[in-house]
Design a protein around this ligand. Structure first.
Ligand SMILES: Nc1ncnc2c1ncn2[C@@H]1O[C@H](COP(=O)(O)OP(=O)(O)OP(=O)(O)O)[C@@H](O)[C@H]1O
Length: 306
């Protein structure tokens, strides 16, 4: 891929944005790009700044500093940009006295990519009653309605912020299945903010992890998984193996130890581990996120690269 291709594929560009609410700094010097046709995970602890970031991307809030470009324009009060976006918020509210079918009609009017047949199939999948008034829906049904709107919108940039309050495991799996199947046929950019990282890890192609208002990880998932490993075995052998590496976490279990390390392991590194009687295993995306955010001071020897 040439540089020009990369530039053409960039649909969101965020540069050094900050957001302050009074004396609270919700975002601090955040920069990243989003590419067309990718599924992103926006991860981080409670209060990290994920919702604030999504509100700025969708023009619901203005950044206090820095620049945001979405489809080459500022999203703030910009109808041309906004019609290409669909933002399904955490605990999304719909007009209480409206029937579900009227909510869908309103969505269809606002969203140019709307697929009515697909919306109908999703309504059946999630067993949503279209004649019921919004105020009579259960918590999980209201979340499912948001998911139907987000998926059927086929918006070039669709953002889901913790869309599943009250949704049971079957409905969540249905969401992931329908999302993946529809995305394969209609690629677009999807941003999913979630705390259920293990559940979505094989959906995500790229993650941005926010911690304390700063972007601490911005990387393709394959690359991220490829440069983390857990090494386990006799304590002395583990300690010797990790001595010159970045250790994100270390735990002692009697005479044995396990360490989560960061940095690519070469073929010879792996052979060395085997020779020392150590076992190497992959680290899950959830563990990587936790290790990069729990005030987690990595032990990084001098010269070691993250
Ligand atoms: N309108 C507001 N006024 C004051 N502070 C706010 C406002 N909105 C957000 N904040 C603060 O900004 C910080 C980031 O909040 P944000 O909702 O973006 O976090 P989050 O990562 O989405 O959290 P969660 O995972 O719990 O939903 C928090 O400290 C929050 O209290």
């Amino acid at each position: 891929m040439s540089i020009t291709d990369i530039d053409r594929d960039t649909i969101v560009s965020v540069r050094a944005i900050g957001k302050r609410y009074g004396d609270v700094t919700a975002l601090d010097d955040v920069s990243f790009d989003l590419q067309a046709g990718k599924i992103y995970g926006l991860l981080g602890r409670n209060g990290a700044g994920k919702t604030t970031l999504m509100k700025i991307l969708t023009g619901q809030e203005a950044a206090s500093s820095g620049t945001v470009n979405v489809f080459e324009g500022s999203p703030f009060e910009n109808a041309d940009v906004l019609r290409n976006l669909c933002f399904v918020k955490e605990s999304q509210k719909y007009p209480e006295d409206m029937k579900v079918k009227h909510v869908l009609t309103a969505a269809e009017l606002l969203l140019p990519g709307w697929d009515r047949d697909f919306a109908g199939r999703l309504m059946d999948d999630f067993r949503l009653p279209d004649r019921r008034r919004v105020k009579k829906l259960s918590r999980g049904m209201t979340s499912a309605l948001g998911i139907v709107i987000g998926l059927a919108s086929r918006a070039p940039l669709t953002l889901f912020d913790e869309p599943y309050l009250g949704l049971d495991a079957v409905a969540r799996q249905l969401f992931y299945d329908r999302l993946l199947a529809d995305y394969a046929e209609h690629p677009r950019t999807i941003v999913l903010s979630t705390h259920l990282i293990d559940e979505v890890s094989n959906l995500l192609e790229h993650v941005v992890v926010i911690d304390g208002g700063r972007a601490v990880v911005d990387e393709d998932v394959d690359s991220l998984l490829g440069r983390h490993a857990t090494v386990g075995g006799p304590s002395a052998a583990v300690d010797a193996f990790v001595a010159h590496r970045t250790v994100l976490h270390h735990e002692q279990l009697g005479g044995h130890a396990r360490a989560t390390i960061q940095g690519l392991l070469t073929g010879p590194d792996r052979e060395d581990a085997t020779r020392r009687g150590l076992e190497l295993s992959p680290v899950s995306l959830q563990q990587i996120t936790i290790r990069n955010t729990v005030g987690g001071e990595a032990h990084r020897p001098e010269g070691a690269k993250p």
